[in-house]
Design a protein around this ligand. Structure first.
Ligand code: VIB
Length: 222
């Protein structure tokens, strides 16, 4: 009893570090990531975001009260109204058109990760679902902060990926990350040891699937 989000991270420390400090992230920070790898990642991330919006819809379905319903609804709204629109614009800047996105085959890493999150939500409750979503939401905020603390990171116009880092270090995004951590901390405070064990498995699995997603970008794999 009395667990927190930090305990979840500590239980899968090695995987968490391999995710936050993945070669894809390091190369993105240094500005040396091959553009083809970034483009492949961006395209698959479009499909990822669509399934992620579905996951928030599932969270809405699993909600037991108005506050939970609103939390899920807001999550879905941010992805559909904001993230996906921004993403399509961003893809255009990187030479990926909407037709390219519409025709895109789904990579196995995208399938594995998104369907894992949806299955976890289907099988479990809202807490299972949020723990499966946490590496995505919290991880990207941590990645931006870690990159800013790294000597090899190049900021400014000389790094073609600077705006990607800027998005996740922004106050709006960092605030969403803190809200999610607070939401999780409130619920993790009262779970039993057995329940916490189950949740660490979900958190680690989702983290390992984030690692595979980065690797898919580097390998240009489908
Ligand atoms: C593979 C992958 N993992 C995480 C994110 C980041 N992300 C996606 S949706 C979302 C929450 C928005 O409400 C965040 C932070 C990504 N883009 N792609």
């Amino acid at each position: 009893m009395g667990y927190s989000f930090d305990d979840l991270k500590a239980a899968g420390k090695k995987d968490w570090q391999n995710y936050i400090q993945h070669d894809f992230v390091k190369q993105l920070g240094a500005g040396t990531l091959p553009p083809a790898a970034f483009r492949h990642y961006l395209q698959q991330d479009y499909l990822f975001l669509i399934h992620f919006a579905r996951a928030y819809a599932l969270a809405a379905y699993k909600s037991r009260n108005m506050a939970e319903l609103r939390h899920s609804f807001d999550g879905m709204k941010v992805i559909v109204d904001l993230e996906l629109t921004l993403h399509v614009d961003y893809c255009t800047q990187w030479g990926v058109s909407e037709e390219d996105l519409a025709r895109l085959p789904e990579a196995r890493a995208t399938m594995a990760y998104t369907r894992y999150v949806l299955d976890t939500g289907n099988r479990g409750d809202l807490l299972d679902m949020h723990v499966a979503l946490a590496p995505c939401l919290v991880g990207y905020g941590e990645i931006a902060n870690w990159l800013n603390s790294e000597a090899n990171t190049l900021r400014g116009a000389d790094n073609p990926y600077d705006s990607w880092i800027a998005m996740y270090e922004s106050e709006g995004f960092q605030a969403a990350m803190r809200d999610e951590i607070n939401w999780l901390n409130t619920r993790l405070a009262t779970v039993t040891d057995e329940r916490f064990e189950e949740l660490t498995t979900i958190f680690r699995d989702a983290t390992r699937l984030e690692i595979d997603f980065w690797q898919m970008g580097l390998d240009l794999s489908f």
